[in-house]
Design a protein around this ligand. Structure first.
Ligand SMILES: [Zn+2]
Length: 112
């Protein structure tokens, strides 16, 4: 940890695993990245059930699950190849783009 400006290491669409806290071990796809807050919203993780009053859409009211943001620092990227929550490095490609590489198996996480 360090610095007020926490960099978010994951992107929308990444699959991540929660490594700390209440939701530890859960995996899901990143739905949103809240850069300013250094938080992410992950599909199926930190779901709060919202009770809604009856309305036109749901005449009898209902419970609507809604994912809540949680700190990005509590999640790690899951490598699509080795299937683990991994640290990754960055590698510069010939065309100047930077890709993320799994530190465990060497798989490129971003593909052209
Ligand atoms: Zn890997």
């Amino acid at each position: 940890m360090g610095g007020a400006r926490a960099a978010i290491h994951v992107r929308r669409g990444d699959t991540v695993e929660v490594t700390h806290g209440k939701y530890r071990g859960k995996r899901g796809k990143v739905l949103r990245v809240l850069r300013k807050e250094a938080r992410i919203i992950v599909e199926g993780v930190a779901v709060a059930k919202r009770h809604t009053k009856p309305n036109e859409k749901m005449p009898s009211g209902g419970i609507v699950p809604k994912e809540m943001p949680f700190p990005a620092s509590k999640a790690m990227l899951v490598c699509t190849r080795c299937g683990r929550a991994v640290r990754f490095g960055r590698q510069r490609m010939d065309d100047g783009t930077t890709v993320r590489v799994c530190r465990h198996c060497g798989e490129l996480i971003d593909r052209a």
